[in-house]
Design a protein around this ligand. Structure first.
Ligand SMILES: Nc1ncnc2c1ncn2[C@@H]1O[C@H](COP(=O)(O)OP(=O)(O)OP(=O)(O)O)[C@@H](O)[C@H]1O
Ligand SMILES: [Mg+2]
Length: 356
């Protein structure tokens, strides 16, 4: 029989056969890896949902998992969180095996994305108090914790309303709030900001950063490339159940191409001459955006910019705008997965347009 409890939310006691072992949250955070997964596999009938996923997530970091719909992100999380048994492969959470020691693993993690666990007929406050009490908090402590979390997630005004009257975004916030009562060392966030308005999304990002600042590790799946750009220390791109790219955001961007040139010329009648000049000097193909007359081109050698500017001036071509930029994550995603970026995965503009 194994017994685990958190004392003062700081020390974890694991008792087995009369021996008690204590580990503090900070000592867990000291272990180098929060997640070490090798060759994880899951079939649903003929469908290989997860096809040999390796993931190594350093403790104390934010790790992003990105991929098109149906890539296997949620299935991977469910296996790591011991909610689903893997067909093959191994994984350790802070060194504990997900198959041999699932009871310990469950004490170390929090998973969001399952608001079925919240009671519809009760208010937000009542739900959070119940979760707090289940986690061993005293009555007063539970009430304070509920109020504190509702305030943090901007739900104070709606606190007394039954959940059946909550919007999708409000439910999502309450779901995350509930999973933060115990602030577990490792938190799985499955698309935590999908469907949130921009203000709430920014608030959620602050909360996620604060969780990591106070010792937790976060694994986050998202449909928003910008979210990974903002938050993640490293990321994996999953496609058809496999990790097809892994690294820091900058590494992934660099792997796709170095830089791209963006150019707007004043007189659009000179577009063809401008393109010819660029192609001659940079030895690459240019692309012209029809609607705004913008010329873009990949740029392997940034030093060639000087030669290009001189050549354009010699031909009397005047510029409105000239920039050399790193590729965007949209371009990275497209190149790696070979798919068009779905509408919902696009980025900030898309998110700005959404309302809960
Ligand atoms: N319980 C299940 N039974 C059968 N098939 C499933 C089950 N869960 C997932 N799948 C299938 O496994 C594949 C991976 O699904 P998963 O939910 O892991 O994808 P995802 O990357 O999280 O996608 P999304 O971005 O849409 O959330 C899909 O083809 C899905 O239809
Ligand atoms: Mg999913």
């Amino acid at each position: 029989m194994i017994f685990i409890c958190f004392k003062n939310n700081e020390t974890m006691e694991i008792s087995e056969g009369g021996n008690t072992m204590s580990r503090t949250k900070s000592s867990l955070a000291d272990s180098e890896w929060a997640i070490e997964a090798h060759g994880l596999m899951k079939h649903f009938g003929e469908n290989r949902a997860v096809d040999g996923v390796d993931l190594n997530v350093r403790a104390g970091t934010i790790y992003g998992v990105l991929g098109p719909n149906g890539a296997g992100k949620t299935t991977t999380i469910r296996m790591l969180a011991t909610l689903l048994r893997a067909d093959a492969g191994t994984a350790r959470i802070f060194g504990y095996d997900i198959v041999k020691e699932p009871h310990i693993v469950r004490q170390l993690i929090g998973v969001t994305g399952q608001y079925a666990s919240v009671d519809e007929s009760l208010s937000a406050t009542e739900n959070l108090i119940i979760f707090s009490r289940l986690l061993g908090l005293g009555r007063k402590e539970a009430r304070n914790k509920a109020a504190e979390l509702l305030e943090e997630f901007g739900l104070s005004e709606a606190a007394k309303r039954p959940l059946k009257n909550f919007s999708g975004g409000m439910r999502r916030r309450l779901d995350l709030a509930a999973s933060l009562i115990a602030q577990p060392p490792l938190i799985f966030l499955d698309e935590p900001t999908t469907g949130l308005d921009p203000r709430t999304r920014n608030r959620m990002w602050d909360t996620i950063r604060r969780l990591v600042d106070t010792g937790s590790t976060v694994l986050l799946t998202t449909q928003y490339l910008q979210e990974v750009d903002e938050l993640a220390d490293r990321l994996a791109v999953i496609d058809h159940g496999r990790v097809v790219a892994e690294g820091t955001v900058d590494e992934l961007k660099a792997s796709v191409g170095t830089s791209s040139l963006h150019l707007n010329i004043r007189n659009h009648q000179e577009t063809i001459v401008a393109c010819e000049t660029i192609e001659q000097i940079l030895k690459v193909k240019t692309t012209v955006t029809q609607d705004i007359g913008k010329i873009t081109a990949p740029m392997a050698n940034v030093d060639a910019v000087t030669d290009l500017l001189i050549a354009l001036r010699q031909k009397g071509i005047q510029l409105d705008e000239f920039s050399v930029q790193k590729p965007t994550l949209d371009e990275v995603f497209l190149t790696i997965t070979g798919e068009n970026v779905p509408q919902e995965i696009k980025g900030s503009e898309q998110v700005e347009g959404e309302r809960v």
